[in-house]
Structure formats: C-alpha cells, structure tokens
Design a protein around this ligand. Structure first.
Ligand code: 9MR
Length: 464
C-alpha cells in the first residue's frame, strides 16, 4: 500500500513538473513549495470555466499543487457581484474562497472600481454624481465586507490611467460621473471596511518606463500624492500582459523598466506585485522551440524582480494553460506556462529552476537595492544586513507579528533589529522572552532581522 502511494506520488510529480530539467532536484518540489521557501506568492487565476466545472480534473490538481495565491478571472468583478442594483451574488467568489481555504492559498480580490465589466444599471446614474458615489461606496462596503478577513488584498482601482497620454482615463463611468476623486474615495472606503487588507492600484503597460509621459511615470506621481495625503494604498499591481519582443519589434516593455518602478515604489513604502502576467506571441506565427525557450527567459526575468526587490512579493500569471487564455482577443497566442494539453512548457522549467537556485544576496553582492544601499550609509557597519526579504530559514528561528508585538521562537536570547524600507535602523532590542514591543513604530512596512548565536532570520513585516 505504502509503495503504491509512493509510486503514485512519483508519477504525479513527473506529470506536474517539467521534463528532464528538474531531475537534479527533489522530485516533490513545486513552484509552490519553492515560492513558500523564498517567501513569495506565486499564482494563477482560476479561469471562469473552473467555476462551472468545465475543466479537466488535472487542471485543478496542477493549480493547487503549483500555486499559493489565487484570483478569480471574472467572478469578483462588479458585474458578477452586483448584477442588479443592491442584489449581490457571492456564490462563485465564495466557491473560490472555500477552495483557497481548503488548499491553504492566499486570495486576491479583483476588482472594485473599474471602467469595464460594470453592469448597465450603473450607467443610468452617469449624470448623478451623488448617486454614483453612493453606488460605488455601497458596492465596496458590501463586497469587501462579505469577504473581510478572507480576501487578503484587493485591486481597489483597476486601469484608471489613459493609454495614450499621462492622464486619467476619461472613458469610465466613474471618472465621468464623479471625477478622479472616485479613486481616493475607493481606497478610503475599502480600508474602512477591511483595515487588514492590502490595497492595490492595478494597471497594464507599467513596464514601459517611469518617465513622466509613460503610464508608470504618471502613476508614480499619483502614488506619491496618495502617500503624502494618507490615502491607504499599499501596493501597485502591474498586470504585465506583454509580448515576446522578437516577434513584435515595436513592443517597448521590459523587465528592467518594471524593476525601476519597483525601486521607486520602495521609497514610498509601497509594494509592487505582478498580477496578470502573460508573455504572448503574435497570433498566426509559427512558434518554435527556441521561441518558447526565449519566452521562458523572459518569464524568469520578471520573476527576478519579485525575488530580488525587497518590496516585491507576488508573481501571478493570467491563466494556467494556453488552451484557456484570453490572449486570442488581443491577437496573441501561447502566453502561459502550460501548453494546450496541460504539459509544462519551457517557461515552467525556467521559473522552477530559478526558484530552486535563487540565493538571497550576501552582504557584498547587494549593491543594487535601495534598502541595502542606505543601510550601508546609515549604519555603523555592525548594522549591515544580509537580505531584505523573507529568506528560507536554515535554522529553527521563526517570527511573526500580531499588531505591534513581535514574537520570536526558536531562540534562547534574540536580538531584534527593525529597519524601515529605506534601510534605516529604527529599533533594536535584545531579550530572552521572545516577545518584543513595537508600539513605538508607526504603521507601515519594515524589515526585521532576528539574530541568535550564529542563526539569523530576516523578514519583511507589516505593522498595522
Ligand atoms: O480574462 C478576462 C476575460 O475573461 C474577460 O472577458 C475580460 C473582460 O474585460 O477580462 C479579462 O481579464 C482582464 C482583467 O480583469 C483586467 N486586466 C486585463 C485582463 C485581460 O483582459
């Protein structure tokens, strides 16, 4: 019996993992187990067909084996959750939340205030600012309230920036009826309902540079303003629907550009998440093995941002298999990491191997992050820090935060150092109780380093 189980496990691992490439590593390693070790979230949408039971069994098997975060393709959008005024439908969203809970996955909510997939009844109020404000507020209060404590992060505002000029998108019932203040309001209302949820602004074409004319440049100015004004924004979601650069010479996005956005956001204590990644080829062209390998490298380059930038934590792909992908509508094809038969593509292998081989930078090799640079400047030398991200723990040290208290286990005596996201040391204490009072620290994101003897553990925390 035991043997049969082991064999079944081996067959499953071979089906779930890529071909030869991963054989040098433990057969039971998945993207998910490696993401957990590296302290990041890796995920894929649950395609709409999943909700109606229209997908083969191995789709779900792969999904829950490989991913630790999930988002619904369409089922938490406005038209799905409030198809008629004041009549809410949470059935599909509940189904996904239950699936996530059963499989220990984090849930992303997508999306609250968006110009698209708004039901027709909302347009009846397009000339009535007061009513439209009430509609949006009520929608947020009901939907966020329903999944309070279950949805860990929300796309509060989606795609509000114009594609052509650095300005707000005017073709939006919310913008036309309310004005740009619908955005600030949506963040404040969402935060009031679920103060523990991470709140994101989400958009596409953010990997096209941060100069003031580019979308990300315009967004950055808005994020600065929101942060300055106390608007509760915690993350920027970069959809990252990109095209293979060799088959489209005009495509201007790049992982480096997105990385520069991450670095700018770090200065504002705001995270960057990749929320809807796909890397398609032009429809109609023949895609060779070499093309697929190059595509894998691009997937890996975007993953590097999430692994290496201290304020980046999520790598979410907009689909599982090329067979069920929205990309056809964009005149693109084959943009995901499993093929039509749910077989892992070279992109899967690139991601897997990168996760297997990633090592957080050592002291000497960490020149290029904002946090690390300023730690060097501000500290005495004693305060240099090993890595500004959740790193796999090689020892039994662990920590968690509840409110303003930090708990450390696995150490007799522990020294705790807290740094802000610019790397400035702001708190230091040592004791043998394993409990540290952080009430002197304001709300926000920080990096904590715990040291005990030769062991140490470095992790980002959020104080709320
Ligand atoms: O994948 C979604 C597709 O099934 C819907 O028809 C489409 C309608 O707007 O939305 C797609 O998802 C979009 C996401 O919600 C926002 N960013 C772009 C995604 C791809 O179009």
């Amino acid at each position: 019996m035991k043997k049969a189980h082991a064999l079944a496990g081996l067959v499953l691992s071979t089906a779930l993992l890529g071909a030869g490439i991963s054989s040098a590593f433990a057969a039971d390693e998945t993207l998910r187990s490696l993401a957990d070790k590296n302290g990041i979230y890796i995920g894929a949408i649950l395609n709409s067909q999943w909700f109606s039971g229209g997908l083969p069994g191995n789709y779900e098997q792969i999904h829950k084996a490989q991913f630790n975060i999930v988002v619904a393709e369409n089922e938490m959008k406005f038209d799905a959750t409030e198809p008629q005024e004041g009549r809410f439908n949470y059935n599909n969203g509940d189904k996904m939340v239950k699936y996530a809970q059963q499989n220990g996955m984090r849930v992303r909510g997508h999306a609250l205030a968006w110009h698209s997939q708004v039901p027709n009844w909302v347009n009846n109020y397009k000339n009535d600012k007061k009513k439209l404000l009430a509609v949006l507020k009520n929608h947020i209060e009901k939907v966020v309230g329903h999944w309070k404590g279950k949805v860990a992060e929300w796309d509060v505002v989606n795609e509000a920036i114009s594609n052509n000029e650095p300005m707000w998108r005017s073709q939006s019932v919310w913008y036309q009826g309310i004005g740009p203040e619908f955005i600030d309001s949506a963040f404040v209302w969402t935060h009031a309902v679920d103060p523990d949820a991470e709140l994101c602004y989400n958009d596409y074409n953010l990997e096209q540079g941060i100069n003031p004319k580019a979308k990300a440049g315009f967004l950055l100015e808005q994020v600065k303003r929101w942060v300055k004004n106390g608007i509760p924004i915690h993350c920027v979601g970069s959809q990252t629907h990109v095209e293979d650069t060799t088959t489209d010479k005009h495509f201007i996005g790049s992982p480096d550009s997105l990385r520069s956005l991450a670095k700018e956001l770090a200065k504002l204590n705001v995270k960057l998440k990749i929320t809807e990644l796909d890397i398609g080829f032009k429809s109609g062209i023949n895609v060779s093995k070499k093309d697929l390998e190059r595509q894998g490298q691009t997937f890996r380059q975007y993953l590097d941002i999430i692994l290496e930038e201290p304020n980046a934590d999520t790598y979410l792909i907009w689909g599982v298999s090329d067979k069920w992908s929205w990309l056809g509508g964009l005149n693109r094809q084959k943009g995901l990491i499993y093929d039509d038969n749910l077989k892992p593509k070279p992109a899967f292998d690139s991601i897997l191997v990168r996760l297997q081989t990633y090592e957080p930078p050592k002291d000497t090799a960490k020149k290029d992050t904002v946090v690390q640079d300023s730690i060097k400047k501000d500290s005495t030398g004693k305060d240099s820090i090993n890595a500004i991200r959740t790193i796999p723990s090689l020892n039994s040290l662990s920590m968690h935060v509840a409110g303003h208290t930090l708990f450390v286990t696995g150490a007799k005596t522990a020294k705790v150092d807290v740094f802000d996201m610019q790397g400035r040391p702001i708190f230091s204490a040592e004791n043998n109780k394993g409990v540290f009072d952080l009430t002197t620290i304001a709300e926000g994101l920080y990096v904590v380093r715990v040291q005990s003897g030769f062991s140490n553990l470095t992790k980002r925390i959020s104080i709320k």
